[in-house]
Design a protein around this ligand. Structure first.
Ligand code: G3H
Ligand code: 13P
Ligand code: ZN
Length: 306
């Protein structure tokens, strides 16, 4: 069934697990996400970025995911990921999204509040939930001066004020992760101390972006069949579990799905060089994504919560 974030995240935070938000832009990725969640009896959030919407077409992606969600026997939210404007949030709501993210973290605090409030007003009128973001999710280099680095993390007091005045349903925080495959220069580190403080002040579900694990085993699977991905460091499972224990109730993953998909497609093409049926080629990418999503759901602890 199609649900909002409010039907899945508050209980996740209360019970100490996180619901996975996985990015899609096509049929096969969506099927892999939903099949994994159904197998694990877990609620799930299917997320589309603005770029994914432009790639697939909003009518196509919205109607497809909504139809699949309605017939699935688990709670599924269709969520806009990193919406940057009021207009894109409104378009998604008009097309039946159950949830949107307004990411106005690129604006000043005041303008972030203002834009988030505006989106919240329209979304709530339409029974749609809103995730907002405070703090900057930047690649944080080891050699950046401490003062400058700290300015990027979410300020707990500011987060408390923001959640109260903006009225959002979930809040993404910056505690040391960044998007993509290249996250940490040195040892992976999350500011759990900051998260603990945020969690004391902010009672709505907290969201962790940039959470992919970028595991060596998956990089190796790509490289075994001709890929040249560098070995980098993602967020280790142990840190994700710690973050969940301290208030993170929604965890976003995109990069791990992209790597798994590429591994599946490369393996198929290498093993079957004379095959040219897209269903077989892409189908193997779908199988690999499903494996990753199931692994992630196990780490987040949301299995058997549907
Ligand atoms: O948070 C970012 C996601 O990985 C989406 O990436 O804008 O390339 O679709 P994208
Ligand atoms: P990753 O790049 O770590 O998968 O993060 C995805 C994300 O945060 C989408 O919003
Ligand atoms: Zn993100």
């Amino acid at each position: 069934m199609l649900v909002t974030l409010n039907e899945i995240l508050p209980q996740a935070r209360k019970k100490g697990y996180a619901v996975g938000a996985f990015n899609t832009s096509n049929l096969e990725i969506t099927q892999a996400i939903l099949d994994a969640a159904v197998n694990m009896k877990s609620p799930v959030i299917v997320a589309t970025s603005e770029k994914a919407i432009r790639y697939a077409g909003i009518e196509n992606i919205a109607s497809m995911v909504i139809r699949m969600a309605q017939t699935a026997k688990i709670p599924v939210a269709l969520h806009l990921d990193h919406g940057k404007s009021y207009d894109v949030c409104r378009e998604c709501i008009r097309h039946g999204y159950s949830s949107v993210m307004i990411d106005a973290s690129y604006l000043s605090y005041q303008d972030n509040v203002k834009l988030t409030r505006r989106v919240v007003r329209f979304a709530h009128k339409n029974k749609v939930t809103v995730e907002a973001e405070i703090g900057r999710l930047a690649g944080i280099e080891d050699d950046v001066a401490v003062k400058k680095r700290d300015a990027l993390y979410t300020d707990p007091q500011e987060a408390q004020r923001f959640a109260l005045v903006a009225g959002c349903d979930a809040l993404a925080v910056a505690i040391g992760t960044s998007h993509g495959a290249y996250k940490f220069k040195g040892k992976p580190k999350l500011r759990i101390d900051i998260l603990k403080e945020i969690a004391q002040h902010v009672k709505i579900p907290l969201v962790l972006h940039g959470a992919s694990g970028v595991k060596a085993q998956w990089i190796n699977r790509v490289n075994k069949f001709g890929g040249t991905l560098a070995h980098t460091k993602g967020v280790p499972d142990t840190l994700l579990k710690k973050a969940v224990r301290h208030g993170i109730a929604k965890i976003n993953t995109d990069t791990d799905l992209r790597i798994a998909f590429t591994a599946g497609v490369r393996e198929h093409l290498a093993r079957h060089p004379s095959d040219f049926d897209p269903r077989a080629v892409i189908g193997n990418g779908r199988v690999f994504i499903q494996q990753v999503v199931e692994e992630r759901i196990r780490v987040f602890g949301s299995m058997n919560s549907a």
